[in-house]
Ligand binder design. Structure first.
Ligand SMILES: Nc1ncnc2c1ncn2[C@@H]1O[C@H](COP(=O)(O)OP(=O)(O)OP(=O)(O)O)[C@@H](O)[C@H]1O
Ligand SMILES: O=C(O)C1=C[C@@H](O)[C@@H](O)[C@H](O)C1
Ligand SMILES: [Mg+2]
Length: 361
């Protein structure tokens, strides 16, 4: 009885929401003739993107800059295809899915055709009715084949420690199968990672001199590649453009230097594909410091730029929350050196000891 009541209530709420969403979408589309014409053009472009294989996240991001309507249409189409194929895999009719999810049949039909500006609440109801995690409908996992979804499920059942081992094992396994990224025998690629003021640019050249290997500052390589400075790169190409250049330059450093000390940009760890490549191809050292120390060091370097108390407060807060958000990622490094309360020379000594041990091992 209780279940029936809950189901009915859910259905009614769902139907209303679905209908409203449908109506709103309908109203918007039908408002003016020119709007529906541009919608049709967007859909045509979306089909072209699909045919040209550009409906990948990267392709869509590029296209998005050119035409955001085509991007939205391509996204809706993909979503519709995923709903349709998940429904088909469960041998559910459209009517059954509409009933189970509490979404009106005409609206579901539009969603499946890629013609519904679907809300997250409706999407959640569809995912629940299909007994799928919400992200399944949003991600482009189908690109990776049927094994991928099963591997993800397997991984979800592992502990953090087991996942760490599995990642390492996978890295070795792919390297053993000719992965070009592995460190060749005798190679000594060291990457320094950490937040602003960690000491990557200060300690990097000192360590490289001691080990008698080249020192590379990744941000300088990125500037050389782009032909403009970092500030202009962000201004011209945005964060995503910077990340693409970062990836390309990292690949070039790997291909060029079997031995190197690399100072990375602080945000490299937030880009999973690039960070995986870095972890895979370098011995990574996290230069760790307390947030207050990061702040004091950055202040000492740029005090003219953050002179007002309000800006100082903002900078301090920024360091705190960025470090908190990245700590788990930085901690994946092969070694961590806590530099808080230590001089440059003390930290350098610790690094030297670390690599003497590694070479001896
Ligand atoms: N133990 C220490 N290790 C490293 N640097 C230290 C230490 N103590 C003080 N410093 C000072 O902290 C500053 C570190 O700045 P540095 O530019 O090397 O950081 P970074 O990691 O390259 O930052 P960014 O991400 O902004 O490039 C330098 O001025 C350095 O002298
Ligand atoms: O910590 C960061 O997010 C960044 C640090 C810089 O080195 C650059 O890599 C970029 O400005 C981003
Ligand atoms: Mg630096």
């Amino acid at each position: 009885m209780a279940t029936t009541t809950r189901k009915t209530a859910g259905k009614t709420a769902g139907k209303t929401a679905g209908k409203t969403a449908g109506k709103t979408a309908g109203k918007t589309a039908g408002k003016t003739a020119s709007r529906s014409a541009s919608k049709a053009t967007a859909r045509k472009q979306a089909v072209k993107m699909e045919e040209a294989g550009k409906a990948t996240p990267e392709g869509m991001q590029q296209e998005a800059r050119q035409d955001s309507e085509a991007f939205t249409a391509a996204l809706s189409m993909r979503l519709g295809q995923r709903v349709r194929s998940a429904r088909a895999a469960r041998a559910m009719t459209m009517k059954q899915l509409a009933e189970e999810s509490g979404i009106s049949l005409p609206y579901l039909s539009r969603v499946e055709k890629g013609d519904g500006n679907i809300s997250i609440a409706v999407l959640y109801r569809l995912a629940t009715a299909l007994s799928l995690p919400l992200e399944h409908l949003l991600s482009d996992n189908e690109r990776y084949g049927a094994d991928y979804a099963l591997i993800v499920e397997l991984l979800k059942r592992q502990t953090h420690e087991q996942l760490s081992e599995i990642r390492q094992w996978l890295a070795d396994y792919t390297a053993g199968r000719g992965g070009a990224r592995a460190q060749p025998p005798g190679s000594l690629r060291i990457a320094l990672i950490g937040l602003r003021g960690a000491g990557k640019s200060t300690l990097g050249p000192l360590l490289a001199r001691q080990l008698d290997v080249p020192f590379i500052e990744l941000n300088r390589e990125i500037e050389k590649e782009a032909g403009v400075n970092l500030k202009e790169i962000f201004w011209l190409y945005g964060q995503a453009g910077y990340r693409r250049l970062e990836r390309r330059c990292l690949e070039r450093v790997i291909a060029t230097y079997p031995q190197v000390v690399l100072a990375t940009g602080g945000g490299i760890v937030a880009e999973p594909a690039t960070y995986e490549l870095l972890l895979h191809s370098f011995y990574n050292v996290w230069l760790k410091a307390a947030p207050d120390e990061h702040f004091a060091r950055v202040m000492a370097q740029h005090d003219a730029r953050i002179a007002s108390p309000q800006l100082q407060q903002e900078a301090m807060e920024n360091i705190h929350y960025t470090l908190e958000a990245r700590a788990e990622l930085y901690a994946l490094a092969h070694a961590t050196l806590d530099t808080s309360g230590k001089s440059v020379q003390q930290t350098l000594k610790e690094m030297t000891r670390l690599f003497a041990r590694r070479r001896a091992a």
